[in-house]
Ligand binder design. Structure first.
Ligand code: PEP
Length: 250
């Protein structure tokens, strides 16, 4: 893990009002030089808050990201938001292919790949999410499922700079359940060799995040697993103390 600077990204999902700016600012204030030398930190608020939080963090190391984008640059897509709009609002990256988007909006691997390519086009990093369901894990298919998602969701042209992969087992999201360190290590090793085979040195250097019920109490153990280069955090990113507690793993 030593050569890759880790990243901890918070996904606020559909939570957060202007009143939550104070929580965001508390996180920004907790990022001292010592910590920012070791780890990159980002919060992905709902789109309505990107511009206000990006302004609030202008002087800090805390980055602002988005949770989804449309694959097109502009056009007749009522209610959707393009990657260029997110960049314009102050986002530096966008999550694509989160399992909640795949489930709630029927997004396919091809949809996710198109969104990731749109993110790059707009100068945003893409945080591409993959992960198996509980039934797939029980059937012994977790690695095969994730490899298929990587093949379909990560476009050609992915680099360590423009892409972060987040492994998020669906059954671990918001449930308090986590895979064992051995299971995370097995999955991340499989993802690393898959990405290295396809993208060479870029795949070797790409950040691989673990996501799913990461909390202050389990972050150190999960972040110490080989080939885990940070975390994607849902629930525990909403409270500054929890998010800073996770960053304290570094
Ligand atoms: C997520 O949805 O990206 C996530 C990891 O959620 P939680 O941390 O709440 O399990």
């Amino acid at each position: 893990n030593a050569a890759i600077k880790p990243m901890v990204a918070g996904n606020w999902k559909m939570n957060g009002l202007k009143a939550n700016q104070a929580e965001f600012e508390k996180i920004a204030a907790g990022l001292d030089a010592d910590l920012t030398a070791k780890v990159d930190a980002m919060i992905c608020p709902p789109a309505t808050l990107i511009s206000v939080l990006a302004s609030a963090s202008a002087a800090s190391a805390l980055k602002v990201g988005a949770q989804d984008c449309h694959a097109a640059a502009s056009g007749a897509h009522t209610g959707d938001i393009s990657a260029g709009m997110l960049a314009d609002a102050g986002a530096s990256a966008v999550i694509v292919g989160h399992s909640e988007r795949r489930a709630d909006h029927g997004e396919s691997d091809a949809d996710v790949a198109a969104k990731a390519a749109a993110a790059w086009q707009a100068g945003l990093g893409a945080i591409i999410c993959v992960g198996e369901t509980e039934a797939e894990r029980k059937a012994g298919q977790a690695i095969a499922v994730v490899e298929q998602q990587l093949a379909g969701s990560v476009p050609d042209g992915a680099t360590a700079q423009n892409t972060v992969i987040a492994y998020e087992p669906v059954w671990a999201i918001g449930t308090g359940l986590t895979p064992t360190a051995d299971d995370v290590a097995e999955m991340h090793a499989a993802m690393r060799s898959n990405l290295a085979a396809r993208f060479g040195g870029e795949g070797e250097a790409m950040r691989l995040l673990y996501g799913g019920s990461v909390k202050p109490g389990n972050a150190a153990e999960l972040m110490a697993v080989a080939d885990v280069n940070g975390a994607l955090v849902g629930g525990a990113s909403l409270k500054a103390d929890d998010f800073l507690g996770i960053l304290a793993a570094y």
